[in-house]
Every structure is written in C-alpha cells, then in structure tokens.
Design a protein around this ligand. Sequence first.
Ligand code: SF4
Length: 589
Amino acid sequence: MTKRIAIVHKERCNPQGCGGYLCMKVCPSNRAGLKCKEVDTDGKIKINEELCTSGCAICAQKCPFDAIQMINLPEHLTENPIHRYGQNKFVLYNLPTPRFGAVLGILGRNGMGKSTAVKIFARILEPNLGEYNSPGGASYSKILEYFKGSEAQKFFQQLHDGKIKTSYKPQHVDTLRTAPGAVQELLLKVDQRGAFDETVNALDLKSVLTSDITTLSGGELQRVAIAATALKKAELYIFDEPTSYLDIKQRFKTAQYLTSLANENTSVIIVEHDLVILDYLTDLINILYGEEGAYGIVSLPKNSKEGINQYLEGFMPDENMRFRDHSIKFDVKPPAATSKSPELISWKGVKKELGHFTLHAHEGTLKKKEVVGVLGENGTGKTTFANILAGIHTPEEGTLGVIGEKTKIAYKPQYIESTEQTVMEILGPHHATYQSQLRRLNIQQLMLRKLSELSGGELQRVMIAATLCKDADLYIFDEPSAYLDSEQRIHASKTIRESMNQREKTALVVDHDLLFLDYLSDRLIVLQGEPGKKGNVQGPYSMEEGMNKFLQSVGITLRRDPHTKRPRMNKLHSQLDKEQKAKGKYYYE
Ligand code: SF4
C-alpha cells in the first residue's frame, strides 16, 4: 500500500479565514463519521494519517491558505523514518554516511532536512525513528537496530560510546556575536589541536585577531566560526553553509582548508549551496530529495562529480529514482551580441570616498538589453558602485551619463529589510503582468504571508520578484543568490536572464557564486584593489576577458563538465590547473 503522510503548516492554518474548518467539512472520511480531521489543542487542524485512507486530498485542494499537504511517498521507501518533528510535521528518512578520511557533502533544496541530519550527528537532536511522542528520542539500541548491517551502524555505535566527538558550525553564525571578546582570545580558548597559527593563516584572520567579535562583518564572523569549529579536537567536523558571506577568493581558501581537516581519524560533513565550491571540496555526496517542508530522503552516497550531475539531471540511475521532472542544463552561450546595442548609462572618472575607503571607476558603459555581472573581493566597493548607479551615493568626482530621459532604476539591496507588509503588497500592481516570468521563483504560496514571517530564502526570492515587478530601465541586484539553495539559485538566474531578454532591459548583478554569474552574464565588471581601503571598477569586459582577469587575480582555473556544461574548479596544482595557467586560460572558453 502506498505510504501517505499529511503535513499541516500550522502557521498558515487560519480557521476563521476559511469560514470555520473547511477541510473538516469537505473531508469524505469526516463526513462518514470518522475523525480524520480534528481541532487540535491550539485551535488549528490536525490530521489522523491512519484514518486518511482515500488519499483524495480534497482538503488540501480546498484549503484557501495552502496549509495542508497530502503526500504519497515514493514506493521504494520501505524503512521507517529516522526522525519526525511531530504529528503532521516534517519527516526525514535515512541519514548521510560520513567516512573517515573523506569530506562528505549534503546537497539538496532548502526545507529537505539537511540541517536536521547534521544536528543528529552533532547530537543536538536525538532521532526518534518517527516515534515523535517519545521525549528525548528513541533508545540507542533501537537506533543501532535501525542501522543494522549498514556503514552507519558502526559510526553510531562509536558516536554513542564517545569514541567519535563532533565539532559543529551551525548555519547561522550571528549567535557568536552574543559573546563579546577579542577574536584571538576566543580562538586560543578553543584551540585543542594546537593549530592556531596554521588556521589563522589559512583563513586570513590575522587582521581581525584583536577585533571584538561584536564588531565583525558577516564574512569575518563566518571565518572565525569556521576556525573555532576546526580548532577543537574532534573526529567528526560538521560545517553547515560555511561559505555564506564569503567572496570567491575566501570561498576557495576556506575550501582548501576544510579539505585538509579530513584524515584517517577524522571525517568532515559539509552542507553547501555553491555548487562550484561543493564540487571542489567534497569526495562524496549524499543527495537529499523530497518535498520542501514536508519530507526528505537521503540518497546513497555517490562520488561528488556523479552526485552533482545526478542532482542536476534530477535522476539517480543507481537508485532508479527520478526526483525532478526536468533536468538542469547549462548551455554554452555564444559571446553576447550586445556590442551594437545603444548605451543606457555610462560613467567616467568617478571617485567616491566613504570613510577610509576610496572607489575609482575609470570609464564604462552599460548597454540596453544586456546582463552585466560584477565580481570582486569583499571590501573592494561592489555595493558602493551599485549604490552610485542607483543614485543612493553621489560621487565627489566624475560624470554619470544617462541617455535620453532619466534612467529609471529598480534596486534590490544586499541587506533586505523584513517588514510587516504582505508579499502581495510588496510585489505591487505589476505582479499579474509578469506572473509567467516569475513562476520559477515559486512565490505563489507566499502571497498572503508577511515579509517578517518568511525564511531568508523566501524573502530573497520575493525581493528579486518585487524588483522585477518594477517598471525600470536598469535592474540592479546586489547578492541575489544569498540564502538560496543551489536549485533556487539556478531558477533565480534564469528568471533574471529571461526577464531581461523578454523586456529588452538591462541588469547589473553583483554576486559571489561563479556558477550563478557565469549563467546569466553577457559581460563582466571586475573590481580590484585593497579590501577596505581602495577599489577600482574595471570593465565591463567580455565574459572571457573579465573571468580571465578575475580568476587570475585569485589564482583559480575553471573547466566545464562535458556532460552538464557546469563550471568546475580545477584542483590547485593539478595537471589541468598548471596547463591552463601556463596558457593564461583561467576561464575555459
Ligand atoms: Fe481552514 Fe485550511 Fe486550516 Fe483547514 S487547514 S482549518 S481549511 S485554514
């Protein structure tokens, strides 16, 4: 019999709004006198999955707030879950399999249980094997029985016996700010491995050692959190989203450092959405698939290249499992044909001073009907330049030329304010016009929610949509990939790209995800300089010239995967890395 689960999103359930428990009234089982749907102690609905036998899903279709999901689980799923958060709540099946001497990546969309899985390894969450009424999780003998005969059994036995200690960097690093003190003090306190100097060097932390934790930027705080996790003595190191807030150079250096943590006595688990980095730093991948916020299933382990390709394909041949109805391909774009397009906006000899920082932009032009990517290290003025074009900063020197009427600009800033407005209100009246262009952002279900109730990824998708709903000539997006999972990043890049194509408009996109920028940009602006002191805006260049320039400055070479055409980073000092560097071909084209 098909296994079925019912999910109730309590935060959306609004019995007054639906006219009084509409789902109970339309449920055939309830109408037949059974208590399939009941009013829970909190006044919201609860569903008895055992009594929901027909699988009609009428309740889910009728609920005006999309509060119910009725899900038929894949037929091959015969085992019990490893954890369920409660009745009608998220459920996770299986766990990733860490190996000594290897870096294991967990790849999947947001809301599939990646953080749940790593919290189980970190012993922050005791798995309950689906018995959500047992406080404190299931007994260890039951957990070992669950994994009997698998690689995980030995691992869990050792975890339980205290032979495997874990060190865990959570997804959100802001909590570190609640413990003031100098960075050096904090790191020396946790340095059980005697690796302080090596770690500080590898993660470029020298300049912030005397700074107070509370004053650090997001990128600095992330690197301190990684260092604090890696300095502890442990057999299993877990890093949940280690590259958030980091620029490409920092991502690359961090990836090299994290790979060095795995040896015959240690294992490393990474949750990461930047596919180029995930590919670079992991040996193995577990794919997590399922339905957002409802259930997640952990696949068998695969080597990284195959795992990422299977993820993009949406099909795992070794498990005969299709988890997406379409594959994601990266077309090799011909060089952009924008050279003949008229100019939209230009700049010459621009200088802007902000405190101790000075930005120079020599000379450049954005043309109509093009997408220009912006790459540069943190602190070299990417956001300052975007703010100058958006009219938020006025330069002290130089000219900003505008063709024709004053150029209308729509701007998505890096930091998004979450307010009490609803998604519908923030999207404004043009939403209906652009509905088909925005479908990939998947925000339809969020329309009645307030911005303050959204997750980071939901808020980012809504703000990309809100920017695209504005009537403008130039659309500026500052770090649109932040908080998005790898699939959402691909959808967001396609949405921006296609919207500009269809409307014949111009976009400027500042980001740190190479795959994201590679997919959507026609040309590239490169910022170089001294982080925090000075920045130089160079370009726009052709993709090849801009990428070569930028990649050379950070010492990275790229190649294309022949099957999916996705960019892959060459291992430092590998044969290909050396060959491409000798030819000056840091970018593959
Ligand atoms: Fe009403 Fe939907 Fe809640 Fe049922 S789940 S009570 S239909 S809002």
